[in-house]
Write a protein that binds this ligand. Structure first.
Ligand SMILES: CC(C)(COP(=O)(O)OP(=O)(O)OC[C@H]1O[C@@H](n2cnc3c(N)ncnc32)[C@H](O)[C@@H]1OP(=O)(O)O)[C@@H](O)C(=O)NCCC(=O)NCCS
Length: 190
């Protein structure tokens, strides 16, 4: 089976927004997405569902009439920023996978690929951080499996519903400074 991870384009905003609104209470206006996707400091990826060969043939036929297929299975939004000590950190703003596509490794592929692409942008990223609702056990287990640890509780971080967050972090090793070609599409097979 293979899935395609792609760097999100402005044309993907509606699909990302639909997925985000379907899986999380934290949503964003269109201008947020436009600024995010166009920032040189961001990595925004989408994953499209794996298609069996016969479905792939149907899709190719459909694409002759449609401008683009906007069906995604999930997305991730990451941004490079400075922490209080001015160190470079990457923050995951949002990650989501539609329920019917969960436990297939899609979110892991999104996060691992985002991490690799962030490493192509900067070799001095200290860590990847994120906030997660205390009650969001599935996401907490997911992040723990991917190497994130809880650092502190941020009281009343979330609204609607009001809830505390855990700040989770994964330290990154400094990368050797070699010039790499930026990647736009990544085929993942497993
Ligand atoms: C969290 C989320 C992104 C995980 O997506 P996913 O594609 O199912 O994740 P993966 O398939 O890559 O899971 C990798 C591992 O994470 C852990 N994990 C993922 N979902 C889990 C769950 N519901 N319960 C327990 N562990 C889970 C497992 O260890 C899993 O490995 P396994 O399937 O081999 O056991 C998805 O559940 C989601 O979109 N949730 C709603 C949005 C959300 O909470 N986003 C995070 C906000 S901070």
């Amino acid at each position: 089976m293979s899935v395609t991870l792609s760097v999100a384009q402005l044309a993907d905003i509606e699909a990302i927004d639909r997925c985000n609104r379907s899986v999380l209470p934290e949503n964003y206006p269109r201008d947020f997405y436009e600024a995010f996707l166009q920032s040189p400091n961001s990595i925004s990826l989408i994953v499209k569902p794996a298609l069996e060969e016969e479905q792939e043939d149907e899709r190719k036929a459909e694409e002759k009439t449609a401008a683009a297929s906007d069906e995604i299975a999930g997305y991730i939004l990451c941004m490079l920023q400075n922490d209080k000590k001015k160190a470079v950190v990457a923050h995951i703003y949002s990650i989501g996978v539609y329920p019917q596509f969960r436990r297939r490794g899609y979110a892991s592929a999104l996060l691992k690929t985002a991490e690799a692409l962030l490493g192509e942008k900067r070799t001095d990223i200290k860590c990847i951080s994120l906030h997660v609702r205390k009650k969001n056990k599935a996401a907490r287990k997911f992040y723990a499996k991917l190497g994130f640890g809880r650092t502190k509780v941020v009281k009343k971080y979330y609204e609607k519903p009001r809830e505390d967050a855990y700040l989770m972090k994964k330290p990154l090793k400094p990368q050797p400074s070699i010039e790499k070609k930026p990647t736009s599409n990544v085929q993942i097979k497993w």
